[in-house]
Ligand binder design. Structure first.
Ligand SMILES: NC(=O)c1ccc[n+]([C@@H]2O[C@H](COP(=O)([O-])OP(=O)(O)OC[C@H]3O[C@@H](n4cnc5c(N)ncnc54)[C@H](OP(=O)(O)O)[C@@H]3O)[C@@H](O)[C@H]2O)c1
Length: 311
């Protein structure tokens, strides 16, 4: 298939490009810096065509689209300007993908499918372990209305119009993606290796997570399985609390994790961005499991054994 990927240069996108290139798909990438994107992926033996807007790929006629681009959520403190950037970086590129699909549909060859990003933040802050209302959060759960929810809700809504062009749309509400070379885990490894890790706040909030290997397999499945559409929770079937995560990582590294970071310090240091570290949802991949998807890394212990065993 000819597959167009936004965010193809990122932590998830590069691994996805490697998987899809191995399966002999033709790849194109939307990047703010097309030359750098071609160089970075080319260095890994992946041939891609890159451009800075989806609309440049009209003549290339993509058969499938994966939409992952967006300003990093955990990159820096959330000022009003940064919150706007978090929204606009996702909404603008998604709206351009919608326009591309409309143009291709007019010509009679719309893409078959678009897999579009979202995150566990869609559900907003949910009850912590042991609190009233602490239940598994499947795709039908009622979200809590906060900034994270509104960002994901609007990102999802921006993608919906592709269905009017006859494109099958699958939305992935991604949990924290685990691999050693990026994302949350890369930030935690050094303090934990020095025995400076510990729970965040009271550690009772949930941290839905997924091994990157399983996430890119999910994306590949959603691209090819024509029976699947709508929203999918893309996280491992065994969500953990922050306390559970902390203990699993310390155990995998053979280090103690005894230095908790108080919630007040995180709120003071990070402002509203601390919600990313102090709130979560007990998200479960109900629809993927219903579709028979089998996770290679269903528990954190097996995921960490794989990831940290490669060091
Ligand atoms: N990693 C996680 O744990 C996690 C969890 C939940 C959801 N997600 C979501 O999944 C997607 C992929 O995650 P990731 O970890 O691979 O992200 P990433 O490494 O930060 O990559 C994001 C990509 O988006 C593009 N991008 C960054 N800022 C942009 C901006 N201001 N305007 C337009 N494009 C921009 C970048 O491409 P160029 O620099 O080439 O333009 C980059 O390749 C993201 O949207 C993220 O929010 C990730």
């Amino acid at each position: 298939m000819r597959i167009l990927i936004t965010g193809g240069t990122g932590f998830v996108g590069q691994a996805l490009c490697r998987l899809l290139a191995k399966a002999e798909h033709s790849l194109a990438v939307v990047s703010r810096n097309p030359e750098r994107a071609e160089r970075a992926l080319g260095a890994q033996g992946i041939t891609v065509t890159a451009a800075d807007t989806p609309l440049a790929f009209k003549d290339w006629q993509p058969e499938a689209i994966v939409n992952l681009a967006g300003e990093s959520i955990a990159g820096r403190r959330w000022s009003d300007a940064h919150k706007r950037e978090l929204r606009e970086s996702r909404l603008n590129i998604t709206e351009h993908l919608v326009m591309l699909c409309e143009q291709l549909a007019v010509e009679g060859h719309p893409p078959q499918v678009m897999v579009s990003g979202s995150a566990m933040g869609y559900y907003g802050a949910q009850p912590k372990a042991g609190q009233p209302g602490d239940v598994e959060i499947d795709e039908q759960a009622t979200p809590h209305d906060d900034f994270n929810h509104r960002l994901c809700r609007d990102w999802e809504a921006a993608a919906m119009p592709v269905t009017d062009s006859g494109v099958r749309l699958a939305i992935i509400r991604i949990g924290l993606v685990m691999e050693a070379d990026g994302g949350t885990l890369a930030k935690l490894l050094t303090p934990f290796r020095f025995g400076l890790g510990g729970r965040l706040g009271d550690g009772r909030h949930y941290m839905p997570w997924i091994h990157r290997h399983d996430l890119i397999r999910i994306i590949e499945r959603l691209l090819t399985d024509t029976t699947l559409s709508g929203a999918f929770n893309a996280s491992a079937p065994h969500p953990v609390t922050n306390m559970g995560f902390t203990h699993a990582l310390a155990r995998a590294l053979g280090r103690p994790a005894i230095l908790p970071l108080p919630a007040t310090a995180l709120k003071l240091g990070l402002g509203e961005m601390s919600t990313l570290l102090l709130e979560g949802a007990r998200m479960v991949p109900a629809r993927l499991e219903e579709a028979g998807f089998r996770f290679d890394y269903p528990t954190l212990d097996v995921a960490f054994a794989d990831i940290l065993g490669k060091d």
